[in-house]
Design a protein around this ligand. Structure first.
Ligand code: SF4
Ligand code: SF4
Length: 379
């Protein structure tokens, strides 16, 4: 058996859905495309993932020969209905970027350990990140959708890709850098609530997913905590991620239908039972650490951003029974939370919300929170 096949067999045995190999040659088109859109992707280009370096793996690892591309299918179980429209399935699955003392991080570590035992030098983030969707399509294990997601056989776009750059000369797959979407299909583009999507082109700062977790002060270069009001209104009740453009896709319908019939895990059922937007808004350290962090561990590190997202989601819910809880958040010690609670109350409307806002107006000391209160009262 060839070394390439042995490596693939080991990866499949670890639970990866598919695995392919491409050369470590550069992806010049990727660097050019990012550079042409640097005002949209400045947070990525200048951030820790170093995508420009990753577009030419040998610039960081001169001995690189191959890139092993693994595809992890995170949709092998059902997802609780209570979390639909709130948390993206990928985050519910805990499949992305986990630490090595949890299942998906341990799988990644086992694969690296295996390669190293075979005498193969391996690199993957954080030194640099190769463009994983492009690499896996060049390796022949995924194709593209016009929504920019990577599609794999059988699992649709519900995949997490991981690329391992190695110094071993391996056998390369036949590229599938193509988008086998039905002719003229634009269902993903038309479904996007914020107009963030054009075929093969995403405007990240309009994307709900970006706004739920990248909008944190100094999280990445050029990121702030501010979510524009016109985006807030369109976020619905999403608090971490967004699945709309994947759910609209005909190429995903077989897997979505299958997921509806599959059982949900005890872990997710228990999380869903405890998940409560009101508790997220009036967030205690205990609820943050015990309930939220084990599932949504990978982007939001400070509880204030969960509180902000909950204020937006409750505001967008249209359910005025939430007003007393959102009003309570006007007394939070964090002015960011108070400001977004004001927005949520303005969005919910009604006399009780107005009364709470008028009371807060007289005591608010934060400049931005005061502006949010005035805007909510003027709405
Ligand atoms: S994830 Fe949501 S907001 Fe972002 S492009 Fe897709 S549908 Fe639009
Ligand atoms: S919705 Fe249509 S255009 Fe968009 S990715 Fe799916 S098949 Fe392609």
């Amino acid at each position: 058996m060839s070394l390439t096949q042995e490596i693939k067999d080991f990866a499949l045995d670890l639970g990866y859905h598919d695995v392919g190999v491409t050369s470590a040659d550069a992806f010049p088109w990727y660097a050019e495309a990012l550079g042409a859109r640097d005002s949209s992707f400045d947070f990525l280009i200048e951030g820790p993932l170093k995508p420009i370096e990753g577009s030419d793996p040998r610039s960081v690892m001169p001995e690189a020969k191959s890139i092993i591309c693994t595809v992890y299918d995170y949709s092998r179980e059902g997802f609780p209905a209570e979390l639909a429209g709130r948390i993206g399935r990928m985050y519910q699955s805990r499949a992305s970027n986990q630490s090595s003392n949890r299942t998906n991080g341990a799988r990644r570590q086992l694969f690296v350990d295996y390669l190293e035992k075979r005498g193969i030098k391996t690199m993957f983030g954080p030194a640099f990140n190769v463009p994983e969707r492009l690499a896996s399509a060049r390796a022949g294990v995924t194709t593209y959708g016009r929504n920019n997601f990577a599609y794999a056989n059988g699992s649709g776009s519900f995949n997490v890709l991981l690329a391992f750059t190695v110094d071993a000369e391996l056998e390369y797959g036949t590229p599938t850098v193509e988008a086998p979407c039905p002719k003229d299909c634009r269902l993903c583009v038309d479904a996007c609530p914020t107009g963030a999507l054009e075929p093969f082109r995403l405007e990240p700062r309009k994307c709900i997913a970006y706004n739920t977790f990248m909008t944190q002060e100094n999280f990445r270069p050029h990121t702030t905590s501010h979510i524009p009001p016109e985006i807030r209104q369109k976020m619905g009740t999403w608090i971490h991620g967004c699945d709309v453009c994947q759910e609209a896709c005909p190429r995903n319908q077989p897997r979505l239908k299958a997921m509806e019939t599959w059982p949900t895990s005890s872990f997710l059922n228990r999380f869903a039972e405890q998940f409560d937007l009101r508790k997220m808004l009036l967030l205690t350290d205990e609820y943050f650490e015990r309930v939220l962090r084990p599932v949504m561990y990978n982007y939001i590190g400070h509880k204030r951003y969960f509180q902000r997202n909950a204020a937006i989601a409750l505001g967008n819910s249209g359910d005025r029974s939430h007003v007393p809880y959102v009003a309570q958040a006007l007394e939070d010690s964090d002015s960011l939370v108070r400001g977004y609670a004001a927005w949520g109350l303005g969005r919910l409307g009604g006399q009780d919300a107005r009364t709470a806002l008028e009371k807060a107006r007289s005591v608010e000391t934060g400049e931005k929170a005061s502006q949010e209160i005035e805007a909510a009262l003027a709405a």
